[in-house]
Structure formats: C-alpha cells, structure tokens
Design a protein around this ligand. Sequence first.
Ligand code: CP
Length: 337
Amino acid sequence: MSPRHFLTTEEWTRQELQLVLDRARAFKQGSDSSRSMQGKSIALLFFNPSLRTRTSFELGAFQMGGHAVVLQPGKDAWPMEFELGTTMDGEAEEHVKEAAQVLSRYCDLIAVRAFPKFTDWEQDRQDKTLMAFSQYATVPVINMETIIHPCQELALMMNLQEKLGQPDKKKFLLTWTWHPKPLNTAVANSALLIASKFGMDVTLLCPSPEYLLDERFMQAGAENAKREGGSLTVTHDIQEAYSGADFVYAKSWGALPYFGRWEEETGIRMASRHFMVDAQKMALTNSAKFSHCLPLRRNVKATDEVMDADYCVAIDEAENRLHVQKAMMATLLENQQ
Ligand code: CP
C-alpha cells in the first residue's frame, strides 16, 4: 500500500507513483468515471493565492462526487499558530493542533498550501506548516505547494510521458529563468525530484553556484539518478545546457544564500535577464517541448514566441493537474479503507 499522506514524492516509490499516473490517464481518457469521493470531502487550506490548484482540486472533488471546503487562514478562517509551547498573545487565534484535529472530524482529506516566509531558509526548509498538519491530522494530508510542489510533479511527469513516451535517459533541462523578484524554489526542487526519479538525464542550468537548490534536493536528485540509471549535471553554460535537450522546463527562483537579504541578490539577478527562454535557445534542442508550471510572466520568463509555439505544452500540464489530483485523492481514500 502507498504512503498515508502525499507530502513529497520522496516518500513514494516510482512504481507507486506510476500507478497514480496510470489512474490519472484513465480519468483523462474518460475510462474511469468512478465516483470515488461520493459522500467524502476535502478541506483545502490556502495560506497563499492560487488559480490552478484551487480550481482543479475543487472541480476534481466535485467530479468524483465529493465536496471541497476552501479555507484561507488569516482571511476567511482564523490566523493560525504552529509553534508548540508558545504563548499565543499575537495575531494567531487558533493552534494547528486543534485545527488539524477538528478538520479531520469533518473531512476525509486535508490539503495545504503554505509557501516559505522568505526570511530564513533554515526555518523555511523545515516545512513546519505542512509537517504540523501531517502530525496532528487523523486523515491523509496532501501538499498543495510548500517548499516542494508534488502535485505539479505528477502533472509534469504525466505530460513528459504523454510527449516523450518512456522518459528514461531523455535529456530534461531544468533552467533557471529571469524574474524581477526572488521566487519559491518549490517547483524547481520538484522538477529535479520527479525527472530524476523517472530515470531522466537531468541538466540543471542556473546563472551561478549560488542558485543551486537545497542540498536535500540536490542529493535526492543524485541518488535517484544513480538508482534509476539517469544522470544529474549542473551547468552555467546556456548553449551546452540547451544542446540536445528533449524537454525544457523553466522556473525562476531566489538564491538560497541570500534568503532574507534579497537586496544583495539583485545585482546577480539583474545581470541574468538573458536566461529568459526564447526561440534561439529552443532551436539548440532536440526539437524539445517546453513547459512551465504557470503562472508565467510573458517576455520576462519566456517570450511570446515560445509561449505561443506548438512546442509549448504548459496548458497540457495545467490540465493534467486535474487528472493527477483526482487519482491521488482516490488513492489516498482507498488506502484509508
Ligand atoms: N502551478 C500552480 O500551482 O498554479 P497556482 O499557483 O495558480 O495554483
């Protein structure tokens, strides 16, 4: 049986994830119309904004006969505390210990989106909000993006399998791209995890060593590559990175050494605008497909020409969010029986 929660793909085997992906394909093809959530419900807790995640989870639950309750702590639900033993004399009205237990009495699943606070990576990398929910909830918990984005990983891998077939040994380029603000590393961490887990030859392209991802994910990527017969290569050379790529995946993120001191990162970031994905770079590839998790700033992260090209499959990936999340909700509910 697969794990109780879906917090990270690191806790799931390739085979367990493939079963979820196969189920997602059945949902997409319409060959699985089972109402696996009949009479069931999911609480969706959003500590941060969303378009795709909220819509696809709400509709996914509805399509399987279930119901989703959306809560935004601090907006339409009480602000929450996560530390134990603290004197709650600040903004928080509710402790996660009660909130997670109460929601578990009402709902069959709990899903959480809680981005890093972007001031101290040593704190953020502990993923305390998600960990607290998984500790105190008595129902399965799903990660809707924290320091990783495992639902996006499944949608990406479904897209990769649809476009490339067997992904093993295909060249997957994960490229840092320009953005005026330092963004979450979650999707980059996740792309590295899932591409390496499925045996791809992963190239990580970033402006300088300061943009390497957290050692936890670099190490997991290297271990996955070793186990699955793929590889993990880091480069700062744009031409070398794009050359022969079968799939280009773009994401911008903030350099971890500058967490909380972002003004010191601005110079490097401003000097790296040329990392934007454009048609000239894509022409170096092996007729690669291009994708991004979205939202994407046009002509900042990728040009209009790239986004409007036939090789851009970002919309397919966004659609896949619906199918993979339905498959994951159905799987976790079955594990409970
Ligand atoms: N890709 C993604 O998670 O989109 P949202 O932030 O709109 O949910």
